[in-house]
Design a protein around this ligand. Structure first.
Ligand code: ADP
Length: 191
């Protein structure tokens, strides 16, 4: 199973990614988590990525693509994977197409979590209090929402045109949302 989980910052991608990936026995691959791990351990990639992340900007495609390519090449991703936070730009869509094609497989579905904007900001401000992520200040949250609308929302049409898109209501309890995703994915034939 090769899946993408999309949605604006605060939609609950990270939370749901873990449940969905476990259900299908595939690794969840979160670019945000990989970048943050690199920032904490002070790698070259982390140092480079940090300045973009702290400003709420996207890390340049070249760095991000390379990192995802390496991760997808790991043996645990051979039966499939669930991408959380990638692709986020049209250039990344193309890059990912190439990576998947190279393995001889294809993408099975793209799940988009829908949550209204006011709720998104509230969730992120709440997360700022509990987790203290460097990019969860009000100003940076607003910037991340803008960039999502500009650069990532257009991807939804691309995947809709390919008949891969599944839209799921991301509001309500975490368990409810997980059930909705599972239910929607039951209809997807696994490759
Ligand atoms: P969010 O909670 O805003 O969805 P993530 O935890 O997924 O954020 O990612 C945090 C930051 O990591 C992003 O704001 C961005 O700077 C960087 N990042 C993650 N994925 C990508 C990507 N695919 N392309 C560029 N930058 C990315």
């Amino acid at each position: 199973m090769r899946l993408i989980l999309m949605g604006p910052p605060g939609a609950g991608k990270g939370t749901q990614a873990r449940y969905v990936a476990a259900r299908f026995g595939i690794p969840p691959i979160s670019t945000g988590d990989i970048f943050r791990a690199n920032v904490s351990s002070g790698t070259e990639l982390g140092v480079e990525a940090k300045r973009f992340m702290d400003a709420g900007e996207y890390v340049p495609d070249e760095l991000t693509n390379k990192m995802v390519r390496n991760r997808i090449d790991e043996p645990d991703a051979e039966p499939g994977f669930l991408l959380d936070g990638y692709p986020r730009t049209l250039a990344q869509v193309e890059e990912l197409d190439g990576m998947i094609k190279f393995t001889g497989h294809s993408l099975d579905a793209v799940v988009v979590l829908r949550v209204n904007e006011e709720e998104l900001v509230q969730r992120l401000l709440q997360r700022a209090k509990t987790e203290g992520r460097a990019d969860d200040t009000e100003e940076v949250i607003r910037r991340r929402q803008e960039i999502y609308a500009e650069q990532t929302e257009p991807l939804i049409d691309v995947y809709r045109d390919r008949n891969l898109l599944i839209e799921v209501d991301g509001e309500g309890d975490v368990d409810e949302v997980t059930e909705r995703i599972f239910h929607a994915l039951e209809a997807v034939p696994q490759s």
